[in-house]
Design a protein around this ligand. Structure first.
Ligand code: PFF
Length: 468
């Protein structure tokens, strides 16, 4: 380890302290994955059933993989490719980091489209058109028209990438950390207020029943795969984002404690989003709200039912955009740290080139909701499984690639780097007042249970041929 410390690149930047580190990592985890992706995955996965499997995966796979990534990052003090190179002998390991870098850029490409939608909706909230929508049908019509436009979604995703680029250029402490510190508490308070309103709407309780009552007859491979992907996506795992963020953490940080806080905050916000969306969905009767449009169709109807609806709507979409920003920043940072550490590019060069690549790939996703029928799913789709371009990418990169990445990270950490080194890296640092219970369990999960569980899901998928 001493040699790693000596040869670790200097001047990479570091979080200013523990709070900054936890907030930045929580900022990466908390984003559109919680508020946009989680609710629609729940809706597609049959409600409570999906939620239970998701929670199980967060605990059994998400938390251990999170701890593994943070330890690898902090110990190596490098980007994902460099981290694997430094800790794991053998030529193939850096490619695991490389897959992460590619996955991050491809996720960023479709993520920035949805993030662009949040900016568009912020505009609609300010102008008052959104709050006027009284039911699911009216807000569904607003959504359909907005996303089918051939220009705005592209421009807005470009704008979002530009803002991301600007923050990442600012560097670790000044750019990323500062942007997160204020937002997280504000988002939490606002979500609490919205949940309180949603639950007390007529039929609101039906939404809660839907969210928490599992219907086991809906159990299918797709639900299991979706829940696994969602657990990883939401915690920013399987592509090296937490390796990168861990690499900026000081040696004094207690990673077990930080990891636990990050996982609890992320899961709490996802459930809170569910407590808003589903009661409102049952209230608004928004049949049309399936798929990626769910949140955008359902939410306007709740603002219509609130005093000061416009104020709430503006606050909500501003915070959602900022929550998305702290995640896009981490998606971009993974690739930037790779090009800066390994290829010697400047931060600005790296961030600009990758953002441009992402923008080019964002365009077909931005056109996938009616503007170009061949990309928009359904009968006219030229894409596999008749999916739209964004959903296809969301599944490939957001579910499959993250799961493959997670399995490889587990194998690398447990079988190559070694559980004893991993556990001592995890426990190093100060703050012994927060002891880690069951260190053997964490070891066992990383070594056997996580890889085996993910592998089983994959084998079932290969055998049955039911990919999406
Ligand atoms: N966790 C983010 C969210 O839930 O919105 C998305 C994300 C960020 C996924 C960073 C993966 C990642 F590496």
């Amino acid at each position: 380890m001493a040699s790693i410390q000596q040869s670790a690149p200097t001047n990479r930047g570091q979080w200013t302290g523990r709070v900054g580190f936890i907030l930045a990592a929580a900022g990466s985890a908390i984003g559109l994955g919680n508020i946009w992706r989680f609710p629609y995955s729940v809706a597609e996965g049959g409600g409570g059933l999906f939620v239970i499997i998701y929670l199980f995966f967060v605990l059994a796979i998400g938390l251990p993989v999170l701890l593994a990534e943070l330890s690898v990052g902090r110990t190596s003090q490098r980007n994902p490719v460099g981290a694997f190179k430094a800790l794991m002998p053998g030529k193939i390991w850096p490619y695991v980091g490389g897959l992460g870098v590619l996955t991050g850029a491809c996720i960023l490409a479709f993520y920035s489209v949805i993030a662009g939608w949040t900016l568009g909706y912020l505009g609609k909230a300010v102008s008052g058109t959104l709050v006027a929508a009284q039911d699911g049908e009216a807000s569904g019509a607003i959504f359909t028209a907005f996303v089918a436009d051939p220009l705005w979604p592209i421009l807005l995703s470009g704008l979002f990438l530009l803002i991301t680029l600007f923050v990442v250029r600012g560097g670790v402490a000044k750019g990323i950390e500062r942007a997160t510190t204020l937002l997280m508490p504000a988002l939490f308070v606002l979500l609490l207020a919205l949940a309180a309103r949603a639950i007390t709407l007529p039929n609101g309780m039906d939404g809660l029943t839907y969210l928490f009552t599992p219907d086991w007859s809906k159990l299918s491979l797709n639900v299991v795969m979706g829940a696994l992907g969602q657990a990883l996506f939401s915690l920013s795992l399987g592509m090296g984002a937490m390796i990168t963020y861990g690499s900026y953490a000081s040696r004094r940080e207690n990673l077990w404690q930080s990891g636990l806080y990050i996982a609890v905050a992320d899961t709490g916000i996802a459930l809170l989003a569910g407590l808003i969306i589903f009661p409102t969905l049952f209230f608004a009767g928004a049949e049309t709200a399936a798929g990626p449009g769910l949140v955008f169709v359902v939410l306007p109807t709740i603002f219509n039912q609130m005093p000061l609806g416009t104020v709430f709507a503006v606050a909500f979409f501003s915070l959602l955009a900022i929550a998305a920003l702290t995640s896009t920043v981490s998606l971009l940072e993974v690739a930037v740290s790779y090009f800066v550490d390994e290829k010697g590019w400047s931060r600005t060069q790296a961030a600009s080139a990758i953002s441009f690549f992402c923008f080019a790939l964002a365009v077909p996703s931005a056109l996938a909701f009616g503007a170009v029928p061949a990309l928009s799913g359904g009968e006219n789709s030229i894409l596999p499984f008749n999916l739209d371009f964004l959903t296809l990418n969301n599944n490939i990169w957001g579910n499959y690639s993250l799961s493959i990445g997670a399995i490889l990270i587990c194998i690398g950490v447990a079988w190559v780097w070694g559980i004893p080194k991993f556990l001592s890296a995890l426990e190093a640092g100060e703050n012994r007042t927060f002891p880690m219970p069951g260190r053997e369990i964490v070891g066992l999960l990383i070594k056997i249970i996580c890889p085996l569980a993910i592998l089983t899901v994959f084998i079932f998928i290969l055998v049955t041929g039911r990919y999406f």
